[in-house]
Ligand binder design. Structure first.
Ligand code: PEP
Ligand code: MG
Length: 324
């Protein structure tokens, strides 16, 4: 089956009634852009910068980071590359920057760390900006945002980096900036966030764990960890409607985007792009190409009436079998 689907990789991710659903890819380590570009993608929806940081022995310097980022940006140009600033803490520790806490997922994570260490963030932002010089396909994404003051502070540092580079003779215009929607508090701050940023990216992996209060890595509660829980689906639908009302693109870059049934529901909700690990591209593309947007919307309407995660899964499995 997967070999069959491979043949569709250069075909558009368009439904039978002509709705295009841009598919993007998540990256981390140096990627073989040439291979990925054989499949028709709309760019990199999430480059997890902490991944290369995990295999070095210390914080990589500006030059070293610039080289890594340039490789990504150049490899995919002119397609957009969404680079997320360092998202460490939680389950992602750097050996040379240990963080020990009783509740790491509720603690010093993502932007909370980098705003406390602006010297680390500044090096990273400068490296990203320098790497984008002449390419103009850099998008910057801030992780683990809880309130808008964090966004204001991060933007101030971004602007400072742009001014610094200008003084050094490198003129760079401010890239488009987005925030991760992964802390439930952000669901209720979409208007305030939209005043500050250009796009939203939903991190369904963390949003699931925080909305359901279920550790995403604890096997004891893994049966409760479910991105298709009716509460999640309600939140996702609301987010997508908010983004549309605010006239901002909204993509989703968690595992849910790489699940064919999940992808159809997100498309029906109005998400403007889906970003996933490369191996999920063929099956998601195939699912989209086999339905109409009308079918997907009808499915979403049925699913939104369900009370339990079990009902959601049973109904989705039934429909997905019919659409094989
Ligand atoms: C997410 O939280 O859904 C996400 C995409 O980011 P990460 O898995 O790196 O936390
Ligand atoms: Mg996350």
């Amino acid at each position: 089956l997967s070999e069959l689907l491979e043949h569709e990789q250069d075909l558009p991710s368009t439904t039978q009634d002509g709705h295009e659903m841009p598919l993007m890819v998540n990256t981390g380590l140096a990627v073989d852009a040439t291979t990925l570009l054989k499949s028709r993608i709309a760019g990199v929806g999430l480059y997890r910068t902490e991944v290369p940081f995990m295999i070095t022995e210390r914080f990589p310097g500006e030059k070293e980071q610039m080289r890594m980022y340039r490789e990504q940006l150049e490899g995919f140009a002119p397609l957009p590359v969404v680079m997320r600033t360092l998202d460490i803490g939680g389950d992602k520790d750097l050996p040379y920057f240990p963080i020990e806490e009783a509740n790491p997922f509720l603690g010093w994570r993502g932007m909370r760390v980098t705003l406390d260490h602006p010297e680390v963030l500044m090096v990273q932002l400068r490296a990203m900006l320098k790497a984008s010089h002449g390419l103009n396909n850099l998008y910057v994404l801030f992780p683990m945002i809880t309130n808008v003051e964090e966004v204001d502070e991060a933007l101030k540092l971004l602007d400072r980096a742009i001014i610094e580079l200008g003084e050094e003779g490198i003129t760079i215009k401010r890239p488009k900036v987005g925030v991760m929607i992964e802390v439930p508090a952000t669901i209720y701050q979409m208007d305030a966030l939209a005043k500050r940023v250009d796009f939203f990216s939903v991190g369904s992996n963390d949003l699931t764990q925080y909305l359901l209060a279920v550790d995403r890595n604890n096997p004891r509660v893994s049966s409760l960890y479910d991105a298709l829980h009716p509460a999640l689906l309600g939140a996702l639908q609301e987010l997508s409607l908010d983004a549309r009302r605010l006239n901002k693109p909204i993509s989703l870059c968690g595992e849910l985007a790489g699940d064919p049934a999940g992808a159809l529901l997100l498309m029906a909700m109005g998400f403007t792009a889906l970003s996933m690990n490369a191996p999920s591209l063929p099956k998601v593309r195939a699912a989209i190409r086999r339905v109409t947007l009308h079918d997907a919307k009808a499915l979403l309407a049925e699913i939104m009436c369900m009370d339990t995660p079990t009902q959601v899964h049973e109904h989705l499995n039934k429909r997905m079998d019919e659409w094989q």
